[in-house]
Design a protein around this ligand. Sequence first.
Ligand SMILES: Nc1nc2c(ncn2[C@@H]2O[C@H](COP(=O)(O)OP(=O)(O)O)[C@@H](O)[C@H]2O)c(=O)[nH]1
Ligand SMILES: [Mg+2]
Length: 185
Amino acid sequence: MKKIEYNVILVGASGIGKSSLVNQFAHGSFQPFYTSTIGIDRKIRDFEVDNMKVKIKMWDTAGQERFQSLVSQYFRNVDAVLCVYDVTSHDSFQQLRKWITRARTLTPSHAQFFLIGNKIDLPGRRVFTEDLFTYLEECKYQHFETSAKQGNVEPVFEAIIRQLLKTYVPEPLSPPPVVSRGCCF
Ligand SMILES: Nc1nc2c(ncn2[C@@H]2O[C@H](COP(=O)(O)OP(=O)(O)O)[C@@H](O)[C@H]2O)c(=O)[nH]1
Ligand SMILES: [Mg+2]
């Protein structure tokens, strides 16, 4: 079976659930308390879709400005950018423009961008269809809504992976080299 790898980076303000989305997809778990990400974190999940093994490397970035020069270095090799906001925070939605502009200048031309509104389990939505409509008309990114808490993350990641497979398939990963242990006879 062919095995390929995608590098996926998550960007957006602090506290909107980037790490929670990654943890939910990588480990199927959710932590109700907030642990701030320092700089950048990486998690891996092997996923199988249509008889194809896909290794997803998720680069989970810190939202704080002070980490941005470090984070910028990781954009060069990414295949997908997940632009995350919190549906209960209009500010987190407005901040996305800054993240997207930065990511656009640093990512390879094949990189695909997706918009993810998280925390849909919470009451008090502040980002509405009309905000999104104007934005999506402009950028044409695929848009998803998630709850890292209630766990609809798997189908969203699967849809993203399927979309990536449709548009950009990297070279399959080579199998690990066979280590010769020498002959004992
Ligand atoms: N209710 C709810 N809380 C969430 C959700 N996603 C994340 N959180 C909480 O929001 C806080 C910040 O999440 P975190 O993943 O660390 O945000 P990050 O700074 O963007 O990485 C934590 O207390 C999480 O438990 C969600 O979908 N629903
Ligand atoms: Mg985080």
